[in-house]
Write a protein that binds this ligand. Sequence first.
Ligand SMILES: C=C1C[C@]23C[C@@]1(O)CC[C@H]2[C@@]12CC[C@H](O)[C@@](C)(C(=O)O1)[C@H]2[C@@H]3C(=O)O
Ligand SMILES: O=C(O)CCC(=O)C(=O)O
Ligand SMILES: [Fe+2]
Length: 331
Amino acid sequence: MVVLSQHEHFPYLRNCIGTNNNLLYGGIPLIDLSQPDSKQLIVKACEDFGFFKVINHGVPMDFIRTLESEAVKFFSLPLSEKEKAGPPNPFGYGNKKIGRHGDMGWVEYLLLTTNSEFINSERFKSVFGEDPQKLRFALDDYILAVKKMACEILELMAEGLKIQPRNVLSKLLMDEQSDSVFRLNHYPPCPEVEGGNVIGFGEHTDPQIISVLRSNNTSGLQISLRDDSWISVPPDQDSFFINVGDSLQVMTNSRFQSVKHRVLANGLQSRVSMIYFGGPPLCEKIAPLPCLMKGEESLYKEFTWFEYKKSAFNSRLSDNRLGHFEKIAAS
Ligand SMILES: C=C1C[C@]23C[C@@]1(O)CC[C@H]2[C@@]12CC[C@H](O)[C@@](C)(C(=O)O1)[C@H]2[C@@H]3C(=O)O
Ligand SMILES: O=C(O)CCC(=O)C(=O)O
Ligand SMILES: [Fe+2]
């Protein structure tokens, strides 16, 4: 278990970038998807933070509440029941171990593919015994609605970047072969928080194109700013938080940068989060979009999402996964 030093306890008390109250919510860019200026603001937030909060997102509250209550029911089952859906290889139920290379966190989780192959599998059904359909339907409704919102954001992003066609990014998530992932995380209250911060989910960037995160009202999520300081993201159970993933960093030739983030355990409250990771088809070439290049050279070697994913899943959580694919090796 990783314990942080005392001075990192309350980073949200530090002054952080920007003073424009229209744009920042607790130091985080806030985008109202119903406003006409949202496309420019999305681009600015991706350039400055690789992260932003979204309101007026159009995802029905009913879908959110139902999935959260099904997730809470699942995580309340005895460990022996939950373990029937594990170990995660990579999909399934996991407890404390993250990935295959020794990362540990104060977290239990369900990791699923979004193409319903796992959701329909015998292993998944066996866990939910009496009423497996309820969680299945809740997942289907939620994932479909969140994917639609992610696509809308990617289309606004394309408009803000003035690139055509407007679905140049969203079509990768819409593709039937899209390799997207869904994750439910549960961070139980951690008795050891007293002596220092305990890591719930260690620092990392998400490898995919875009991640759409929503949590209950328990704090814990932090993002790293460009100056390497950490700020706490004030939780908001009715909003979504968007992360730029490594693949979008490459597609914009580093104009956008994937955001480093982590979760600290809470001493008193449970945190439940649900994250949709929008990824491209496995065979997709991940490269800077030619329309964004304006004569620039690509900063990256050529690779497919399959190659990147393979390398990513062989790495430790905090590794710089893109370093290996940069033309000029990172120092
Ligand atoms: C340590 C690891 C867990 C992870 C695969 C990896 O080897 C490195 C990337 C990790 C990550 C972070 C974002 C998502 O939560 C995730 C599902 C992903 O696609 O990459 C996890 C992977 C995981 O938990 O298996
Ligand atoms: O649980 C959270 O709030 C974030 C978890 C996360 O970053 C991840 O699962 O990749
Ligand atoms: Fe993440």
